[in-house]
Design a protein around this ligand. Structure first.
Ligand SMILES: NC(=O)c1ccc[n+]([C@@H]2O[C@H](COP(=O)([O-])OP(=O)(O)OC[C@H]3O[C@@H](n4cnc5c(N)ncnc54)[C@H](O)[C@@H]3O)[C@@H](O)[C@H]2O)c1
Length: 459
C-alpha cells in the first residue's frame, strides 16, 4: 500500500471516532516495521461478502503478523489477491475441511463471518438453522486447534450463535467466557453515524454505547449517554433508536435480495478485532461494546461496554443510568433476548440427536423414512458437504463396523451417526466416495433406534 492511501485510510479511521482503533490503527508505527507481538488472525468465511473486505482491512492492520483466510472454497484467490498488498503480515489461504486445522493452529484471534446472510423473505428461523450448524462445526475445530484464541462471532443470529459457541466449548472442556465475543460493533457504528447526522456534530467525536443484543428490539442504543451532548427531542431519539435497530433491514432491503451489510460490517469487524489485538498486546483502557457472558442483568449473555486485556475480557462494564425510554426498552428486550439465548443452548443440546449436518444446496431429494423409527428431514443448506466424499474410507479405517455407524446408499443421500460424522470431520487422509451398506450396522441401528442419526447429502 502506498503511503498516500495509508494516509487516507488513517484519516478515515480517525474520523470514525472509534475509541480503540481509529487513533492508532495505523498511527505510531511504520507500515513496514515489525510488530512488537507476533499475532495470528484467522478469518473463517473469508471468501464471503463480509470476509473479503474484512480480509483486506486485517491485512492493513500492522498488529497482525499472520493472516489465515479460510472458507469452504475461493480462499486461494482472495489470499493471493490480498497477499500482494505490501503490509507486514503474511497471508495464506485455506479451503475446505481438510485445511481448517492448519488455518486455525496458533491463532490469537479467530473472526467468524461464515454463514448465510439474511435475504428478503427468509425467516430468522431459516437463518438460525443453517448458521447454527456452521458455527457448531467451526467452534469444534477451534476447540481442537486453538482453544485459547479470542473468538469474534459475526455469524447471525449472534444472540443465539454465541450461546451455541459457548456450549460447544463447554462440551470440549475449553470454555473461557473471557474469550468469546459476539460482534455488535456495527450497531455502535450505525448509532454513531445516525446520531452525528441528527445532532449535527462531528461524527469523529461521537460516542454512543449500545447494549442488549444484536437483533431488532434487543439492540438498545443509549442516546441519553451519547457525547457530545445534543438537545434532541423525544421523537428524534425514538426515530434514531428505531433506525439503529432496523439498520440491518435497511441494508437488506436496499440490496434487494443480494445479501446484507458487508462493507460496514467488515469495517466494524476490523475495529473489534483490532481492539482484541490491542488488549492482547497489553494496551491499557481498550473498551468496546460486545455481546459476552455477563452478570450486568439477569441474562447470561448481554452486550455492554467491555474492557479488553491480555486474556480477552478484563471487565464487563455496567451500563450506567438509563432514561425512562431506555429503561422501558431494556425491560422489553429481555424476554426476546432470553429466548434467543435459550434457543441456541437448546439447539446445541438437541444437535446430539438427529440433525442435518450437511446438505448440498442444488440437491432437493424427497426424503422418505426408511422405517417407522425414522423421522423425515427437510433439506437445509450447509457447507460441510465435502465430508461425504470420504465416508467409505472412514468405514474401512476408523469405526468398528458392528457398533458405531450406519451408512446407507440411497441416491444422493447417505446416513451416518455422530461418531462417523466427528471422525470424518477431522480426518484429512481419506479417499474418494464409495458408499456401502453394512448389514450388521444396519441391524444394530434398527434394533437400537436411530437416535443419533446424521443425514449427509452429496451432489
Ligand atoms: N454481526 C453482524 O453485525 C452482522 C452483520 C451483517 C451480517 N452478519 C452475518 O455474517 C454472516 C456472513 O454474511 P455475508 O454477507 O458475508 O455472507 P456470504 O454468503 O457473502 O459469505 C459467507 C461465507 O461463509 C462461507 N461459509 C459457509 N459455510 C462455511 C463453513 N462451514 N466454513 C467456512 N466458511 C463457510 C461461505 O462459503 C461464504 O463465503 C451471515 O451470517 C450474516 O447474517 C452479521
Amino acid at each position: 500500500m502506498g503511503y498516500a492511501s495509508a494516509a487516507i485510510l488513517r484519516s478515515a479511521l480517525r474520523r470514525s471516532g472509534s475509541s480503540s482503533m481509529a487513533s492508532s490503527y495505523f498511527a505510531n508505527r511504520g507500515l513496514a516495521s515489525a510488530p512488537s507481538h507476533e499475532r495470528k488472525v484467522a478469518i473463517l468465511g473469508a471468501a464471503g461478502g463480509i470476509g473479503q473486505p474484512l480480509s483486506l482491512l486485517m491485512k492493513l492492520n500492522p498488529l497482525v503478523s499472520r493472516l489465515a483466510l479460510y472458507d469452504i472454497a475461493g480462499t486461494p484467490g482472495v489470499a493471493a489477491d490480498v497477499s500482494h498488498i505490501n503490509t507486514i503480515s503474511e497471508v495464506k489461504g485455506y479451503a475446505g475441511d481438510d485445511q481448517l486445522g492448519e488455518a486455525l493452529e496458533g491463532s490469537d484471534v479467530v473472526i467468524i463471518p461464515a454463514g448465510v446472510p439474511r435475504k428478503p423473505g427468509m425467516t430468522r428461523d431459516d437463518l438460525f438453522k443453517i448458521n447454527a450448524g456452521i458455527v457448531k462445526s467451526l467452534c469444534e475445530a477451534i476447540a481442537k486447534y486453538c482453544p485459547n484464541a479470542l473468538v469474534n462471532m459475526i455469524s447471525n443470529p449472534v444472540n443465539s450463535t454465541v450461546p451455541i459457541a459457548a456450549e460447544v466449548f463447554k462440551s470440549h472442556g475449553v470454555y473461557d467466557p473471557r474469550r468469546l465475543f459476539g460482534v455488535t460493533t456495527l450497531d455502535v457504528v450505525r448509532a454513531k453515524t445516525f446520531y452525528a447526522g441528527k445532532a449535527k456534530v462531528n461524527v469523529a467525536d461521537v460516542d454512543v454505547p449500545v447494549i442488549g443484543g444484536h437483533a431488532g428490539i434487543t439492540i438498545l442504543p443509549l442516546f441519553s449517554q451519547a457525547t457530545p451532548k445534543a438537545n434532541l427531542s423525544d421523537e428524534e431519539i425514538l426515530a434514531l433508536t428505531k433506525r439503529t435497530q432496523d439498520g440491518g433491514t435497511e441494508v437488506v432491503e436496499a440490496k434487494a435480495g443480494k445479501g446484507s451489510a458487508t462493507l460496514s460490517m467488515a469495517y466494524a469487524g476490523a475495529i473489534f478485532a483490532d481492539a482484541c489485538l490491542k488488549g492482547l498486546n497489553g494496551v491499557p483502557d481498550v473498551v468496546e461494546c460486545s455481546f459476552v457472558q455477563s452478570t450486568v442483568t439477569e441474562l447470561p449473555f448481554f452486550a455492554s461496554k467491555v474492557k479488553l486485556g491480555k486474556n480477552g475480557v478484563e471487565e464487563v462494564l455496567g451500563f450506567g443510568p438509563l432514561s425512562d425510554y431506555e429503561q422501558q426498552g431494556l425491560e422489553a428486550l429481555k424476554s426476546e433476548l432470553k429466548s434467543s439465548i435459550e434457543k441456541g443452548v437448546t439447539w446445541h443440546a438437541k444437535s446430539k440427536n438427529p440433525t442435518i449436518l450437511s446438505v448440498y444446496e442444488p440437491v432437493k431429494p424427497i426424503f422418505r423414512p426408511l422405517s417407522p423409527h425414522l423421522p423425515i428431514y427437510k433439506p437445509q443448506t450447509s457447507s460441510t458437504v465435502s465430508i461425504t466424499n470420504r465416508i467409505s474410507a472412514m468405514i474401512l479405517t476408523a469405526v468398528p463396523l458392528s457398533y458405531a455407524f450406519l451408512t446407507l446408499k440411497l441416491g444422493p443421500i447417505c446416513l451416518a451417526n455422530e461418531s462417523v460424522y466427528q471422525a470424518l470431520h477431522y480426518s484429512s487422509k481419506l479417499g474418494p466416495i464409495s458408499l456401502q451398506i453394512t448389514a450388521l450396522a444396519m441391524t444394530y441401528h434398527l434394533v437400537h433406534g436411530l437416535h443419533d442419526l446424521y443425514v449427509l447429502y452429496r451432489p
